[in-house]
Structure formats: structure tokens, C-alpha cells
Design a protein around this ligand. Sequence first.
Ligand code: CO
Length: 462
Amino acid sequence: MADRTITQEAEDLLRRVRAGDVRALARAVSVVEESGAAATAVLTAAHSVREDADPIRIGFTGPPGAGKSTLVDAYARLLRQQNETVGIVAVDPTSPFHGGAILGDRIRMQAHDGDAGIYIRSVATRGMLGGLAAATAEICTVIEASGKSRMLIETVGVGQDEVEIARLADVTVLVLVPGMGDDVQSIKAGVMEIADIFVINKSDREGAERVESEILAMQSLAMEHGAWTPPVIRTVATTGAGVAEMHAEIARYVEHLRANDGLRIRRQSAWSQRLRQMAQRELLRVVERHTTPAAMEPYATAVLAGKTNPYDVVHETVRNVLGAAAGMRLDHLGIAVKSIAEAKKFYGVLGLHIEHEETVEHEQVKTAMLPLGETRIELLEPTAEDSVIGRYLAKRGEGLHHIAVHVPNVAAAMQSMKDAGVRLVNEQVKVGAGGHRYFFVHPASTGGVLLEIVSSDDPRGL
Ligand code: CO
């Protein structure tokens, strides 16, 4: 029930975000930054609407002091003159305190005269599970849901984080400045390669020539960029000089991508990367939940006493964690009764109520499901005397008939049991009410309990 409320709240929030409510957008970004179930609900709702806008993401990266914020602001102003709406995500790993970043956002927003067509948000870097790139991607998704047509992602620095963030963008602009010490050579080759467009900002300063010739020399040496040679643009962000040229090159690159199916290829590769990060993060969450100090204490004691070795412990822990993560749980307890109408009186007194009632013709049984926390009680009433449940009642009377365990993949479970020589009641997986799939394991193999193995309808349609 709690989950449904979180989903409804997220959908309400996203409705307001789409309607242009800036406070709702700020709230949605904050929820996502806090992570957890509410964040997932907001991201799910945001993801389903962001494609409507089909925003172009443009990444700006480069060393500290290159004037990227000023350049990005100047570019945002130009885009607004062309009636584009703009989201700006400013990623600053050196920013120590998020409250300060929020204040910085407000000051930057004021510089745009409170224009509702521009939304600026800094990314807090501390304590965000899964790293900076994942956090940036999520915040972009939320802002994009507000219908912005251009997303400008601004990062400070030229390290691995920036390369990862650049992969989120459709276009990457590498911003350099004259007088960068050892200049272009000081930037790692991996960073130079992410540039689709080079910008030499503060190009009114001495040394702009030198930076440009170094870029060109490096390009002629090493750069293999398909049919695209990254152009070099000179700008002075404080005066706006060169910003229109930069915009023209960005537009030309987007056209180049479109003409070669490059936009789709680039986004697909970004998603592959991101899905992998998301899976890693999800796994990390599950591991953290299942390996609390209290949970690990008995193992630590055993390792210390020399009763086991840490490698076996880790192996077993990972297997247990994966089992739990993959959705193994007690699904329901099946109780054979003469009359559901009669039995439900007691369960009503207990506080349980029938959620779903159905007659399964091929089993000649009427079933009633009573939710009980994350599991359920299943009442089974025979529709014929000569049925499985009818014969069970005749032989043993009313009582616990079976236990059902939910597994992620019912077919795989059946196969591994067959491989292990487990005695099964059904040799094939059956399809029951609501499309769920199941089979029964014989009590001879389970310690005297009839065991049902069940999984939900497979979303992949397998
Ligand atoms: Co059952």
C-alpha cells in the first residue's frame, strides 16, 4: 500500500513538473538526490514522459578556470533567443557543500532575470550512491521531463568522472583556455578524444594561437573521429564573442549525427553504460541490506576461530544475496478447506480478507487469496469429490495442503531440480490464474511438505 502512495505522489509531482511548476521541479530533483523508493518512483514517472521533448544534451567539460559557467550561461541566452527551453546541470566535484551550490544556482538563475525557460541545478556529489555520472543522468531525466528542449551539462575537471559524464551527452564540447601550464599535453589523451568540438575560451588572452596549434597537431597525429573532424572555435564568454559560431558547430554536429544514425547509436551506447551502472548500484544496495555487521558477525566469529575460510563465506553470502535480490520469497500457504465461505469467517476475525477468488477448472478447485504482509493464505475448496483437494480432504481432513515459494525463473528452477534428481509432481510448468507459472515438488523430496514453485508472469514473455 505504501508503494502505491509513493507512486501516486510521484505521478502528481510529475504532472506539476510537466505543467511548468518550477517549485515542483526543484522538489522532484531533491527527491531524486535523496535516492530510495521515492526517487525510483519519480524517475520512473519522469522517464515515461521525457521522450516527448526529445531534448538534445550538450556536455561542456574542461579544466577548472576555463570559464565554462559563463560560456554555458551565454549559450543558454542565445538558445532562449531562438525559443529553445534550457536545462542546465552543473556538476562540480570540488563543491564541498550542497547548500552553497543551491545558492549558486539561485544567483545564476537571477542572471537570467528569472526566465522560466531556463532551469539551473547543481549536482551534489557527496554521498550519492553509484557515482557522479549516475546522479547527473538522473537529474537530467527529471529536468527533461519538464519539457526542456536543450540540456547543457557542465562539468569541472578533466578526469574519469568527466569522461563518463560526457558519454551522457549527444554532443561534447571541450573547453580549453590559453595559459594552461603545459597546455594541451597536460590533458590526458582519453579526455581529448571525447571532444566533438573544441572551444578555446578567453581567447582574447595571450597564448590562444598556441593552444589552437597544439589541438590541431594532436588531431593530425592521433584523432580518428569517423567522418567528423572536431572543429576549434574561439570564444570570449564574458562578451559573447564566438558563442554564435559555437552554436553553429553544435548544430552542424547534431545534423552530422542525424545523417549517420549517430544520435541513436550514441544514445544506445550511453544506455548500455547506464543500465550497467544502475545494475551495479542496485546490487550494491542489496548487498548492503544483507551484510549488516550483525548479519556478518557469526561468519566473522567462524572465520576468526578457523572454522571456515573467508572465501567460502563470501561465496555463500553472494549466493544468498542474489537469491534474495532475485525475488525468492514465501509466496503463499495453501490450506485445504471444505468451504471457503465457512473458513473465511475465522480469517475475517483474524483480520484477513479475500482479495481474489477464482475457480481453476483444470484443477477442479475454487481458490481464495487472503493477503498477509508480503505473502498470502490460499484457501482451496474442491469443486468435485474426485479431485486432488477432494481426495485430500477425504483422506486427511482440512489442513495445510502446500507451501508455495516464489522464484525469479520457474523454468530454470524446474530444470535445476530435474538435474538434481528431485521428484516432481508436474513434469511441465503450468500456467495458473493471472498468468503466473507454477509446478509442484513431491513431498518425498522436500521433507514431507507438498511444495509449489511459482513465479509471476515473465515480463519478457519467455
Ligand atoms: Co498454491
